[in-house]
Design a protein around this ligand. Structure first.
Ligand SMILES: N[C@@H](CCC(=O)N[C@@H](CS)C(=O)NCC(=O)O)C(=O)O
Length: 221
């Protein structure tokens, strides 16, 4: 039986996992959930499966896992080696630890900064908060700096890793808010190049980004 991924295209965390699945060309059954209108993530069957009722959620032979970065790490460990070991290496401890560091930066710093800045504006109609805007700018500056240190092609070394996929999904999300990234030169170049060269980028991201933009438009009226 194939693993099954329950996901919403609107979620950048889900889009990172979708890109990971496509990168490794894995057979995963995709179950799209409507978490906006039908609130499918709150249905009894799903809450029983995942008491935290979050997407993405993976089910693999009775094993249930959520948190996008943990799902990607699991998929590489179980289905990706040896061909895709570079995404999250088993034995190169320094590369793996750097990928871990950047995945945690993505979750705890960059994503947090985006949510803290935009959520009150979108969901509560609050005025943009300058202090939060500065925290977001600083997080983007950090990523720009990390790219300078890694040579700019990928965030860790000279091959694609899970950190690129997670951070790309996060940074691309800023486009829905019309937040410009051109001033972060290395970051912008890295993002644009991956968007143009990963053959599955559009397939994994376009629908969700459009849905997210539409939701933002509706909130304005
Ligand atoms: N840290 C989580 C975030 C996942 C997340 O926030 N999912 C949202 C959709 S963007 C969700 O399922 N929200 C529904 C809920 O929490 O009830 C990950 O990376 O997987």
């Amino acid at each position: 039986m194939n693993p099954e991924l329950m996901y919403s295209p609107m979620s950048s965390s889900c889009r990172a996992v979708l890109m990971c699945i496509k990168e490794m060309n894995l057979r995963v059954d995709l179950k799209k959930m409507d978490i906006q209108r039908k609130m499918e993530h709150m249905m009894a069957w799903f809450v029983k499966l995942n008491p935290q009722h979050m997407v993405p959620t993976l089910q693999d032979n009775g094993f249930v896992l959520w948190e996008s970065r943990a799902i990607m790490q699991y998929l590489v460990a179980v289905y990706g080696r040896p061909a895709f070991d570079h995404l999250y290496p088993a034995a190169d401890h320094q590369r793996r630890a750097t990928i871990d560091r950047l995945l945690q930066f993505d979750l705890g710093t960059l994503n947090r900064a985006i949510l803290d800045y935009f959520d009150p504006v979108i969901h509560r109609g609050s005025a943009p908060d300058e202090a939060k805007a500065n925290v977001l700018k600083q997080s983007l500056d950090y990523l720009d700096r990390f790219l300078e240190e890694s040579g700019g092609e990928f965030v860790v070394g000279h091959r694609l890793s899970l950190a690129d996929l997670a951070l790309l999904a996060t940074v691309s999300r800023l486009e829905a808010f019309n937040y410009r990234t051109e001033s972060y030169q290395r970051l912008h170049t890295w993002k644009t190049r991956l968007q143009q060269t990963l053959p599955y980028y559009q397939e994994c991201n376009a629908e969700g980004m459009a849905m997210f933009k539409e939701m933002l438009e509706q909130k304005k009226h």
